[in-house]
Write a protein that binds this ligand. Structure first.
Ligand SMILES: [Mg+2]
Length: 255
């Protein structure tokens, strides 16, 4: 969403028109951000004039993590380190239990300190809990209150747990396949029938192509209009300046 539909609190030109044009097609909004709940994300899009999505149309990495854990171990017990949205998502499927957790789940937002790190590494090293992180981003942009800041992402916050335990975490968010696969499942479509529209080659595009989806890059976010395509990532099916250009490229498909 960020870098595709909006920047901070500002909708990008053409985003509202794009959403109106695809309104009758099955679509979801997918985000690596585990902090806001789907209802909060839906309300935020509506407040920016970006349609009226239902919470069911929002898939966050926190929700995908909760579903993945429930498949691995129904009724799982967990210890969460991260913002309130992560705990709210995990509670839908699991039981918080700092003493007997099956999983130590790390997400973005406040929560990491000496105590939570100590609890987490003891669960992993002494109880055999698995270390899981909602998303691998090392840093993320934050523009609440109008001021731009860079915040540590899930990848940075899980790093001290991984270092202390000598294990690699299970990663749910983009570019790993779990979030993409869950999105296609929720749409009820095979991956080949879905297009991922994103602004980052390394996560949105590389991950979608690996998951078997088609991919469209818009250069309105992290990836600059003039930047050469990275040699180590296969090119997307569409590489366009913005959503307006993507609509024009899809004109013959949309009819
Ligand atoms: Mg983005």
């Amino acid at each position: 969403m960020d870098g595709v539909l909006f920047h901070g609190e500002t909708p990008l030109p053409g985003a509202a028109a794009f959403l109106r044009r695809i309104a009758t097609l099955p679509h979801l909004f997918v985000t690596n951000n585990p902090i806001r709940t789907p209802a909060e994300v839906a309300a935020r899009l509506a407040s920016m004039g970006l349609g009226r999505p239902r919470p069911k149309q929002i898939l966050t990495s926190a929700e995908a993590t909760a579903r993945w854990l429930a498949r691995e171990r129904p009724g799982f017990r967990y210890y969460a380190v991260g913002a309130a949205g992560l705990d709210a998502a995990l509670r839908q499927h699991g039981v918080p239990d700092a003493g007997q957790a099956d999983f130590v789940v790390v997400g973005e937002g406040p929560g990491l300190d000496f105590e939570t790190l100590t609890t987490g590494i003891n669960l992993v090293l002494k109880r055999g809990a698995r270390l899981v992180v909602t998303n691998p981003d090392t840093s993320v942009d934050d523009s609440r209150d109008g001021a731009h800041r860079i915040l540590p992402g899930g990848g940075a916050l899980v790093a001290p747990f991984a270092a202390a335990c000598g294990v690699s975490p299970v990663v749910i968010g983009k570019p790993e396949p779990a979030l993409f696969q869950m999105a296609c499942e929720r749409l009820g479509l095979p991956a080949q029938a879905c297009v991922m529209v994103g602004d980052r080659p390394d996560t949105d595009i590389a991950g979608a192509l690996r998951a078997g989806m088609r991919a469209a890059l818009v250069r309105t976010g992290r990836f600059a209009p003039e930047a050469p395509w990275p040699a180590d990532i296969p090119p997307p099916h569409w590489d366009v300046p913005d959503l307006g250009s993507l609509l024009r490229a899809w004109q013959h498909l949309l009819g």
